[in-house]
Design a protein around this ligand. Structure first.
Ligand code: PLP
Length: 421
């Protein structure tokens, strides 16, 4: 049953209701290792499905362009105060529709078209919105890119500093979407200070780990902190921009009216709920368990001869280079999906293959940790991955693995859905 239940949807639109149930079952039956995904709580699901979706609220609490904000102002203020408390920041804007528009708002706040922005290259683990060529941020600004060292798989901060001194970016992004190692925020802050750049810490992936004390925080180091709310933070699809008080007005103006219209109030409420959940002892334990699971999974994969970029992980994320296994990322990811393990193919640094058919796989442990899996299950997951990689075309073998995985997961309840008894 879907939790909260969806009886009206089932009557009004059985097509969509049926697909929602099918998607819920799919999420229930698979080991979900997509590093940017999670399972939100029923409370977060409930908040996203409320009448708050009916309301327009352009502006900010106390300064709106529409009447009737008696309740919405209180909801948004709660979300803001919880974000400030949880992350220890002076200012928070909870209105960005998602991570990409949040980052675009940062450009709008601080740059003019053609200005120089420095970020990690996409194939090295950065995000599209850090100035990659196909993104508006790479077309309308002048991007310069750092990467990781070929020998260590890690960012070399001396290289970053040299590039910054040479190119004098106005904005520097640190963080990314496929970085298995801890981000050194103080070092980035020192470089930004030296070249008088604004430092943006994009914590979209590690926000939940930071909230739970399982990754260092950029607060006090970065001028601006950008995050999605739906990855390790385990909230609804959305984003937040946080900053020092000095940049508060510029950030707010850039989000609205610079880039967006009315905020999505149902999402704002669900963000507030997720932030409240993330401030608990249970969530701190969850964040540490995510990292413990990633360590255990990385070790089990290494034991089976998998080559991990940078040799392991400090966070929730593992990047596997399959080159030595003689199979490319895409066919491996497709076979794994058939075998009940969902993840994504990914470029690895210095990948000789094309981005649409790269050499690697990206794995993350946020969702399986929500499900209740611990270190003791990680060797079995590594074994299933290994068996699948060796049998990508063997449908019988893949079907057998998928059945074994369904058996295992039946013992671990999924927030938001359960099969009929
Ligand atoms: C996911 C992600 C984003 C973008 O988030 P969307 O909500 O998908 O737009 C931005 N930056 C980083 C580092 C991310 O991982």
């Amino acid at each position: 049953m879907h939790q909260p239940p969806i009886p009206h949807l089932a009557v009004t639109d059985p097509d969509i209701a049926g697909l929602v149930q099918a998607e819920a079952r799919r999420q229930y039956e698979k080991i979900r290792l997509i590093a940017s995904e999670n399972y939100v709580s029923p409370a977060v699901l409930e908040a996203t499905g409320t009448v708050l979706t009916n309301k327009y609220s352009e502006g900010y609490p106390g300064r709106r362009y529409y009447e009737g904000q008696q309740n919405i102002d209180l909801i948004e203020t709660l979300a803001i105060d919880r974000a400030k408390g949880l992350f220890g920041v002076e200012h928070a804007n909870v209105q960005p529709y998602s991570g990409s528009p949040a980052n675009l708002a940062v450009y709008l706040a601080f740059l003019r078209p053609g200005d120089t922005v420095m970020g990690m290259a996409l194939p090295m683990g950065g995000h599209l919105t850090h100035g990659w060529s196909v993104s508006a941020t790479g077309k309308w600004f002048n991007p310069v890119r750092y990467g990781v060292r070929a020998d260590t798989g890690r960012v070399d901060l001396d290289e970053v500093r040299d590039l910054a001194l040479r190119e004098r970016p106005k904005l520097i992004f640190c963080g990314g979407t496929a970085i298995p190692r801890t981000i050194d925020y103080p070092a980035f802050a020192a470089i930004a200070a030296e070249v008088d750049a604004i430092l943006v810490a994009d914590i979209a992936h590690v926000a939940g780990l930071i909230a739970g004390g399982a990754h260092p925080s950029p607060a006090g180091h970065a001028d601006v902190i950008s995050t999605t709310t739906h990855k390790t933070l385990r909230g609804p699809r959305g984003a937040m921009l946080m900053s020092t008080a000095a940049h508060a007005a510029a950030i707010d103006k850039a989000v609205f009216p610079g880039l967006q219209g009315g905020p999505h109030n149902h999402t704002t409420a669900a963000i507030a709920v997720a932030l409240r959940e993330a401030a608990t002892e249970e969530f701190a334990a969850y964040a540490h368990q995510i990292v413990a699971n990633a360590h255990a999974l990385a070790e089990a994969l290494i034991e089976r001869g998998f080559d991990l970029v940078s040799g392991g992980t400090d966070n929730h994320l593992i990047l596997v280079d399959l080159t030595g296994k003689g199979v490319a990322g895409k066919p491996a990811a497709r076979a794994l999906d058939l075998a009940g393990i969902e993840l994504n193919y990914n470029t690895v640094p210095f990948d000789p293959r094309k981005p649409f058919d790269p050499s690697g796989l990206r794995l993350g442990t946020a969702a399986i940790t929500t499900r209740g899996l611990t270190e003791s299950q990680m060797p079995a997951i590594a074994a299933w991955i290994d068996q699948t990689i060796k049998a990508v075309d063997d449908e019988t073998a893949l079907g057998r693995i998928a059945a074994e995985i369904r058996d295992l997961l039946a013992a671990y309840p999924m927030p938001g859905w359960s099969p009929a008894p």
